[in-house]
Design a protein around this ligand. Structure first.
Ligand SMILES: [Zn+2]
Length: 499
């Protein structure tokens, strides 16, 4: 048991407020968006079974309790990525957490699970705002640690106000629990006077997507892990950034937490160079739907399905999840044997449900959230199945899918649903009665999280570039607030990086 200096156990405060904000998302965000999607508030700060099971946050609670600390468990909430949160919505969640922090009294450690790229109306840096208000409450001597999504856009204020920022390493994000446990251990060393944390941020002048399933990013992650293991280094994180926030803090970087004033500049630069070397890797994997369908049409038959990622219409990056570009191309070519999910279209789901299983109807699907979703498709569909209240489990989360309508459209299975969300679990198909191996190709609305479960079953994975809101095709007129110079908008000479 960890004794407080005045007797009693030392107290750790835990909360979570996660939202990835896209400046280009057509989907509004309010407090209700959080409460509807994933919101948990333990009673009187007492951790319960559900709070212990939460991704990241739960690992804080379990680690602190196991080490003998008392835990005050405040709100955990997560909204599907979308536009800026209403100012009132953000402030009510923030003030709920800060109110709990006041109630919790004397705490030695604050552990937050944040995203790192949350914006509200009139506020580009919600995390900087929350961390600085937290610092005002707990004072300079308290350890404040924040676990971030690697798609964070890290501000100077975040670095200054937190004692330690730690991001997940993997994309797909399969390691939040590991990184939460790591952050707790860093905090524990500080609280027990075994380390004095100093934060360092090196900005890497690039933005984009960087898949850690690929060789150059695997090497960069390995270099980050090796640096973290060196003497005098407490933690190292690669920050990938979230391009579509489109703020001056948007972009990549490296964060290191050292013990005291160990000189780390050279090591940081070498790691930044390793990261910068991987910049082209993901961009080079993108193909047009025409190129992908040509290859699939030419391929011999197989038991295993191809997987096509609809990268640019990923609800997990703020997109509508209802774009029609890929489905339209499949239907235009007269192809069959494809299965596509999840197309967000509550109205079409209602029509299909009302018509009933077995009915054939003329249906207008998709293309409703804005110009980036393409045009709606007018199709003749057979209603194969309706499933209520499905959810999917993967990468540490359980995510609601709502009501799902399985349609047969010209020999293709198309799953429409009522709760916007990206596909990261194969159960999105199997729970809807769609056999994975019976398909020529599975089309998933996801940028990379699908890879954890779909990669192992795929004959080959294709990453498709469409005109959607998460397009990697750089456009300086659209990305007009990003700090320049930055690759790929500019040719950048990041010191000493070959290639
Ligand atoms: Zn992310």
């Amino acid at each position: 048991m960890i004794e407080h200096k005045d007797g009693g156990r030392q107290r750790v405060f835990v909360a979570g407020l996660c939202h990835e904000t896209s400046a280009f998302s057509p989907i509004p965000t309010t407090r209700n968006s959080f409460e509807r999607f994933d919101y948990h508030r333990p009673r009187n700060g007492q951790p319960d079974r559900h709070s212990r099971a939460l991704n990241g946050y739960g690992a804080f609670v379990r680690s602190a309790a196991k080490a003998g600390y008392e835990v005050y468990a405040s709100t955990y909430t997560f909204a599907q990525p979308s536009a800026r949160t209403s100012r009132a919505g953000y402030e009510s969640l923030r003030d709920e957490i800060l109110g709990d922090l006041e109630l919790a009294g004397d705490v030695c450690m604050v552990l937050y699970f944040l995203h790192g790229a949350q914006m509200a109306e009139g506020l580009d840096d919600c995390e900087g705002d929350l961390l600085s208000r937290t610092r005002q409450i707990v004072g300079d001597d308290c350890f404040i640690g924040a676990l971030l999504d690697l798609h964070a856009n890290v501000s100077a204020e975040m670095v200054e106000q937190a004692s330690a920022l730690v991001a997940c390493r993997n994309y797909p994000h399969t390691d939040f629990d590991d990184r939460a446990e790591h952050l707790f251990e860093v905090g524990r060393m500080v609280v027990e006077n075994k380390a004095a944390p100093e934060s360092h941020l090196l900005r890497v002048p690039m933005f984009g997507m960087f898949y850690t399933t690929e060789p150059l990013m695997t090497a960069a992650n390995q270099a980050a892990a090796e640096l973290q293991d060196q003497a005098g280094v407490l933690s190292v994180s690669l920050i990938h950034g979230f391009t579509w926030a489109n703020t001056p803090d948007t972009g990549a970087g490296v964060i290191a937490i050292t013990d005291g004033d160990r000189d780390i500049q050279e090591d940081l630069l070498a790691l930044g160079q390793s990261f910068f070397r991987a910049r082209q890797e993901t961009l080079g994997m993108r193909r047009s739907i025409g190129q992908i369908l040509d290859e699939i049409e030419a391929a011999p038959e197989s038991d295993r399905p191809f997987v096509i990622a609809d990268c640019c219409d990923n609800p997990g990056g703020g997109a509508g999840g209802d774009s029609t570009f890929i489905l339209e191309a499949i239907l235009d070519r007269g192809l069959s044997g494809f299965a596509l999910g999840l197309l967000w279209d509550p109205l079409a789901v209602e029509f299909a449900s009302d018509a009933g299983v077995g009915s054939r109807l003329e249906l207008r699907i998709g293309g409703k959230t804005g110009p980036a979703a393409g045009l709606p498709l007018d199709v003749t569909a057979e209603v194969v199945a309706i499933h209520d209240d499905l959810s999917q489990v993967g990468i540490g989360y359980r995510a609601p899918m709502g009501r799902c309508a399985v349609l047969d459209i010209s020999g293709n299975s198309v799953i429409l649903n009522t709760v916007r969300g990206q596909v990261f679990s194969t159960s999105c198909f199997t729970d809807c009665g769609v056999d994975l191996n019976g398909q020529r190709a599975l089309v998933v609305k996801s940028t990379q999280h699908f890879f954890d479960q779909f990669g192992p079953i795929a004959r080959k994975v294709y990453y498709c570039e469409t005109p959607g809101p998460l397009s990697l095709t750089p456009d300086a007129r659209v990305l007009n607030r990003i700090r320049r110079p930055a690759w790929p908008l500019d040719e950048v000479d990041f010191p000493g990086t070959p290639g």
